[in-house]
Design a binder for this molecule. Structure first.
Ligand SMILES: O=C(O)CCC(=O)C(=O)O
Length: 321
């Protein structure tokens, strides 16, 4: 009930979270008929926090802190260590003018007829990637893979400079929220160039989008990046993007409508500087996708991305065998 009412709230994530938590604290629970506030007061409630798929539930007598952490993690699907303070975000989710479809209502046949060769689509509920998400948690990633070397690419359109660093160094020193001053060619972004052998344990846990294009097979590009980062407009073959954690805003133009942008400008700079000047007829299609959602981009469609939060993401690029 508290979750339902918080969904109707207008405003920032922080405001929604506060309203939800307030409503939750004061809503009697089905099993005990008491509110969490009362139970905390009496110190007689024990919570079982589910930490990882396939792992035992961990029994905790909750402190107020663990209560907040559990709520943000389990109920709202946010990862506390990935959560960027709303006041520090330089971009917000925008409207969505791309079709949003539920996978239960989108057959392979309709995907092929309506979207595959003609327009983007956002698809919800296509796969259950909970286990993969658990492997991608920042703490789990650093513990298991922190010493692995990853290849970063500069976040500009054409001249992809590369830099090899350990994952630990990337997370500690490079993966920062983007600033408006920093250019794309000065920003290093972990996306793609994944060593499939080294990352097999993680990548093979990913359940790919179930929709197919005849004659094409998928190849993965996986990454993690700070709030406000993204890849400026570019195009290539068709594929899917999925958000594993965080939120990602996508901007798209059909192949015949080349966007106005400077290739070294970040998507964030473009959003602040160019986007407000666009005529209505020059506006891109856009949508912000959330954890577990897919976006499909058809062949040669221009797309630029903007991570609203610190995000983990994976694309499935479709190409000939
Ligand atoms: O996820 C991103 O930020 C980049 C994705 C992208 O541009 C792509 O999949 O082609």
């Amino acid at each position: 009930m508290a979750l339902k009412s918080s969904k109707r709230d207008e405003g920032t994530v922080n405001k929604k979270l506060s309203n939800f938590l307030l409503a939750y604290r004061n809503t009697p629970q089905g099993t005990t008929n008491e509110t969490p506030a009362k139970l905390f007061e009496d110190n007689n409630m024990e919570l079982y926090f589910r930490l990882q798929e396939g792992q035992e539930y961990e029994r905790n007598r909750p402190t107020v802190d663990s209560f907040w952490v559990a709520l943000t993690t389990c109920v709202l699907g946010l990862q506390p260590e990935m959560y960027t303070d709303e006041s520090k975000l330089l971009a917000q989710p925008g409207p969505c003018d791309i079709d949003i479809r539920d996978a239960s209502d989108l057959s392979q046949k309709e995907f092929l007829e309506r979207y595959a060769y003609s327009e983007p689509v956002v698809i919800r509920g296509a796969t259950d990637n909970k286990y993969f998400q658990d492997l991608c948690r920042k703490d789990a990633m650093l513990k298991k893979h922190g010493s692995k070397r990853i290849r970063l690419s500069s976040a500009n359109t054409y001249s992809y400079a590369k830099s090899d660093v350990t994952l630990q160094k990337y997370v500690d020193e490079i993966m920062k929220p983007q600033t408006l001053e920093k250019l794309g060619n000065e920003t290093f972004y972990w996306f793609g160039d994944n060593n499939y052998t080294e990352w097999d344990e993680v990548l093979s846990a990913y359940k790919p989008p179930p929709y197919k294009l005849p004659g094409l097979v998928g190849a993965y590009s996986f990454g993690m990046a700070g709030a406000g980062t993204g890849v400026p407009f570019h195009f290539h073959g068709p594929g899917f993007g999925e958000v594993v954690f965080g939120r990602k805003r996508w901007f798209m133009y059909p192949p015949e409508q080349t966007p106005v942008f400077h290739p070294d400008q970040t998507t964030l700079q473009w959003l602040h500087e160019e986007f407000p000047l666009l005529d209505k007829s020059d506006l891109p299609l856009q949508c912000t996708i959330h954890k577990g959602e897919l976006i499909y981009f058809p062949d040669r469609w221009w797309h630029g991305t903007l991570n609203i939060d610190t995000s983990v993401f994976i694309s499935t690029f479709l190409g000939a065998v």
